[in-house]
Design a binder for this molecule. Structure first.
Ligand SMILES: *Cc1c(COP(=O)(O)O)cnc(C)c1O
Length: 409
């Protein structure tokens, strides 16, 4: 079989072929003998003789050296993710999404620098600003991304980087990544984007202005709620620096986990399309319900961020939130407890649906909650991660739980 000519193929074809180099899926006399790269469990890599050990280029991807540099299972995953991210030279793998974000920030920041962080960032990212980055002399300031002029005004001579996330965690606001990136570039800032929600299938981050595109692979790529990992993809300049920093931090991912990620990756396009369609139908249904004050789903026409989503994104996913009309925190907890088909738990992007409460007020410092236009009492939200169950069953489950909520609220 000839090698894939990946650049001219559609997403599904690229998801199937990416990373499956013949030399990683077979032997010298039978290249490409199996479909998937085997799981190479290895700390020690062996050399045929001393001359080979002495001649070996020590710091090159795709060459056996030592376990911490990975082996074909990890290389195939990194190469596949690079193939899916237009503009990327390479991808660095990390043991979790959080490790990827921290690995990128420790690559671009030095003591004395200021980091600007979007106000609706994933809470553990916010915690980095208050914790490790602060301890190491980096100051973090948070900004409301809905106003590019306010972002520009927040930049000072010590500002070196900006961490964006679009859509943001919990409230799912889309920000204008191209506009914010253009301002950042004009001031010499490095743009780090947490692109977990859309993945490169829905948002080609580097083409839209990011310098480093981060994903928690735990979500859509794994897709089955059984494995954790993170990635950072970038063009030549930042990819090389990311690798050096990740190696300095001792980051390595298990080949078994990499194999699970490769398995998930092959069906990611199908899962995302199905979850997006189901989420949109459920969001539309929720919008018509009297118990719901606002649906926060950028794929939904009329929802906040829909115009930017339509302009910049090529796809969505199953994760969105809604805000209840009044009620109490206890009534909202009762609604979540009443759901039979939605698990209660963190994370998202798996094949199974999940529901969690949304309470952004204590963790936001630069943006209002309740949302502008809503009443003071419209503050109890629910985040849904829509999985692969039948949409009608999920709607019936939500209808029953909203009945329980109405009785309690
Ligand atoms: C889950 C998540 C992360 C962290 O990923 P882990 O793999 O759980 O460490 C980062 N960013 C976003 C937006 C997430 O939802």
């Amino acid at each position: 079989m000839a090698e894939h000519d990946s650049e001219h193929h559609g997403t599904g074809t690229r998801l199937v072929g990416a990373g499956r180099r013949a030399e990683w899926t077979g032997t010298a006399d039978h290249p490409g003998a199996v479909v998937n790269p085997p799981v190479y469990r290895a700390s020690t890599h062996l050399y045929p003789d001393m001359a080979a050990l002495r001649a070996h280029p020590a710091n090159e991807d795709g060459r056996f050296y030592y376990g911490r540099r990975g082996a074909p299972t990890q290389w195939a995953l990194a190469e596949a993710l690079t193939a899916l991210e237009p503009g990327a030279e390479g991808t660095v793998l990390y043991p979790s999404g959080v490790a990827a974000i921290m690995g990128a920030l420790l690559t671009v920041l030095r003591p004395g620098d200021v980091l600007l962080m979007i106000d609706n960032a994933y809470e553990p990212s916010r915690a980095m600003g208050r914790g490790l980055l602060k301890d190491f002399g980096v100051e973090t300031r948070w900004f409301d991304a809905s106003d590019p002029a306010a972002f520009q005004a927040a930049i000072c001579p010590r500002t070196k980087a900006v961490l964006l996330e679009s859509p943001g965690s919990l409230t799912i606001e889309v920000c204008d990544v191209p506009a914010l990136s253009a301002i950042a570039k004009a001031h010499g800032l490095t743009v780090v984007l947490d692109n977990t929600w859309a993945s490169p299938l829905g948002f080609p981050a580097l083409e839209r202005g990011a310098d480093i595109a981060i994903m928690s692979l735990t979500k859509h790529v794994g897709g089955h709620s059984d494995v954790m990992m993170g990635s950072a993809s970038a063009g030549p300049e930042w990819h090389r620096k990311l690798r050096v920093r990740a190696q300095g931090l001792g980051n390595v991912v298990s080949p078994d986990d990499a194999a699970l990620m490769l398995r998930g990756l092959r069906t990611m396009g199908l899962r995302l399309a199905q979850e997006e369609a189901s989420a949109l139908a459920i969001a539309q249904w929720l919008e018509g319900r009297p118990e719901v004050a606002k649906v926060l789903c950028p794929m939904l026409p009329g929802s906040p961020g829909h115009d930017l989503w339509k302009r910049d994104f090529t796809g969505g996913c199953g994760l969105f939130s809604f805000v209840l009309k009044g009620g109490t925190s206890a009534a909202r907890d009762g609604l979540i407890d009443a759901l039979a088909l939605f698990g209660i738990g963190f994370s998202w992007g798996g094949f199974e649906s999940l529901a969690t409460p949304v309470d952004p007020a204590p963790i936001r410092t630069a943006s209002p909650w309740p949302l502008p236009g809503l009443d003071e009492g419209d503050r109890f939200g629910v985040r849904l991660s829509i999985g692969l169950e039948d949409t009608a069953d999920l709607i019936a489950d939500l209808e029953r739980a909203l009945g329980v909520w109405s009785a309690a609220a």
